[in-house]
Design a protein around this ligand. Structure first.
Ligand code: NDP
Length: 253
């Protein structure tokens, strides 16, 4: 995406990123902070979150706050507690990037381990919903908030072997569409990003034989992540965007 926002695009915005400890989420959190946002980093590993907060502090950007939550075991009550903790420190949320995700096993359906299947659904669907429900009141206090889910090409067109992950990403697209129908876009816009093949640990475990050097980096795909969090996307809702439009799904060639 050819988008060059001002460095002040997100000034005074409070933006929460899930899975902010690594990969695309880490990059998005740092990028939002670079564009003026106060970022709330949510993840399951405090040490990794502290490292990202340290990078943000070293750049002289507004300090990040950290929230530890393991999506594999998160309950609605845990998510309500996180929302209460946030509301003690912030008057509202202007954006949430749902980015945390679990790949599970890349095996045919008849070999999917039911426990791994449930874990993928818990992380990618259930906890994402519980947290969304808990955070909605804080988002609705913003004059125009943005809620962004993370999808995948296998969440739009099923692919053999992608089992629980693909099914969970179809559910993510569905969650986005249902929510988008429930709010006026000027109040809360809700969209999905399909990052497309991006150089991260998850990608390497899905495609171990691939030449990672041919993939875009998380930094390369940030223009869409910025566009959807800032005012330039006001009014756009219910859309599933590609961070790499035209990219053919599957291994990099
Ligand atoms: P990474 O594996 O690099 O990062 C995943 C993030 O999710 C990490 O911060 C990880 O935390 C967090 N996470 C995983 N499990 C849990 C959990 N149980 N509770 C809380 N946080 C958790 O993956 P990517 O950056 O590649 O993926 C980011 C998103 O993009 C995912 O939703 C993925 O499905 C999607 N995506 C990625 C593509 C790619 O090519 N990279 C392509 C299409 C979609 P921790 O650091 O503790 O492991």
């Amino acid at each position: 995406m050819d988008y060059h926002p001002s460095a002040r695009l997100l000034t005074d915005r409070n933006i929460l990123v899930t899975g902010a400890s690594d990969g695309i989420g880490r990059e998005a959190a740092i990028t939002y902070a670079r564009h003026g946002a106060k970022v709330l980093l949510l993840g399951r590993n405090l040490q990794k979150l502290e490292a990202v907060a340290g990078e943000i502090a070293a750049l002289g950007l507004p300090p990040a706050s950290l929230y530890v939550l393991d999506f594999a075991t998160a309950t609605p009550a845990c998510c309500q507690r996180i929302a209460s903790e946030i509301s003690r420190r912030y008057s509202r949320l202007d954006g949430v990037l749902h980015n945390a995700g679990l790949l599970g096993d890349i095996v045919p359906m008849d070999k999917q381990d039911p426990q791994v299947w449930q874990q993928v659904m818990r992380v990618n669907v259930d906890a994402t919903f519980f947290l969304t429900q808990a955070l909605l009141p804080l988002l609705l206090l913003s004059p125009g908030a943005s809620l962004v889910f993370t999808s995948s090409s296998v969440g739009r067109q099923g692919r053999a072997g992608w089992g629980a992950y693909a099914v969970s990403k179809f559910a993510t697209e569905g969650m986005m569409q249902v929510l988008a129908g429930e709010y006026a876009p000027e109040q809360l816009r809700i969209n999905c990003i399909n990052p497309g093949g991006t150089r991260t640990a998850m990608r390497a475990s899905a495609f171990p034989q691939e030449n990672a050097g041919k993939l875009k980096t998380p930094a390369d795909i940030m223009p869409l992540y910025l566009y959807l969090m800032g005012d330039d996307s006001k009014g756009e809702t219910g859309i599933s965007f590609d961070a790499q439009p035209g990219r053919k799904p599957g291994a990099a060639e």
